[in-house]
Write a protein that binds this ligand. Structure first.
Ligand code: MN
Ligand code: MN
Length: 279
């Protein structure tokens, strides 16, 4: 772990914390625009810009027991993945609520591999269901395929609008709702969210949002979700959540810090929504 900046209100020590933030500046398989390694600290800096009191949840972020562990060293792919798995294993077995800040999306399967009996909900513009990409099975473009191979209860992907022909034609492609469907009928998204059973792990690829809301991503795709779609979803599923990653923020292509701000605010909302229900 490096010298680090901490997320706002993360004043708890590890043992008394409920939420544990881990930066994962992993940026080693990006296919188009590299730069996600700067995201954890960019999002931490942005986290100081908000009012800690969240009136809609009736609580302040400073009341929530948050610990920030700093960053996992990510100079070497294999060593970094090993550290991600080890850290995830410790956090799940200590019954913490982990919040991993990427880094690229390829970190997600390594986190989920250390949990048990969870349902996985992914928000992403891309289906990410290729078996390999550029010869790499651990690419950002193979995330949902790798997750589907794990022992999980199920998986759904919301907000998709980019699928390769071979992914579309594969018999075992994952359940998804496109962003077009969500714009057409937001109720459908909420209905499916309500039907999710058991413990839910949420992976937010920031490119699920429209580039006008989140320009700082590696692979921007028009026709994306609005932040309010995500907030409504969080409010419905927060009591089921057992962990979160928020990935693919790319400060190098951000504009006016829009994307790091949204990512930081989403972390507030996940903690706020969950704490207001769990207590
Ligand atoms: Mn992705
Ligand atoms: Mn994506």
């Amino acid at each position: 772990m490096n010298e680090y900046l901490r997320f706002a209100s993360s004043s708890s020590d590890y043992s008394s914390s409920e939420y544990v933030i881990v930066g994962v500046p992993f940026d080693l398989t990006s296919s188009y625009r590299a730069g996600t390694a700067a995201a954890p600290d960019g999002i931490r800096k942005a986290s100081y810009g908000f009012e800690p009191y969240m009136f809609d949840y009736g609580l302040s972020l400073s009341e929530c027991r948050i610990h920030d562990m700093g960053d996992i060293e990510c100079d070497d792919q294999d060593i970094a993945r090993e550290h991600i798995r080890k850290t995830a294993k410790t956090l799940f077995s200590d019954e913490k609520f982990p919040i991993f800040i990427g880094g690229e999306h390829s970190i997600t399967p390594h986190i989920i591999s250390q949990s048990k009996d969870i349902y996985v909900l992914i928000l992403d513009a891309h289906l990410d269901y290729r078996d390999t990409y550029e010869g790499n099975i651990n690419s950002h473009a193979t995330v949902s395929r790798r997750v589907s191979e794990l022992e999980i209860q199920g998986m759904k992907i919301f907000g998709v609008r980019s699928i390769s022909q071979s992914e579309m034609e594969s018999d075992d492609k994952p359940d998804f709702i496109s962003s077009y469907d969500i714009h057409e009928d937001g109720g459908e998204l909420l209905k499916m969210a309500k039907e999710l059973k058991g413990d839910v792990y949420l992976s937010i690829d920031m490119d699920v949002f429209d580039p006008s809301y989140a320009p700082g991503v590696g692979n921007p795709e028009p026709y994306g979700l609005a932040p309010i779609h995500c907030k409504r979803l969080l409010n419905l599923i927060s009591h089921k959540l057992v962990g979160l990653d928020i990935v693919e923020t790319n400060p190098r292509y951000d504009s006016g810090e829009i994307t790091v701000n949204l990512a930081a605010r989403l972390i507030y909302d996940v903690i706020g929504a969950r704490s207001s229900i769990v207590g």
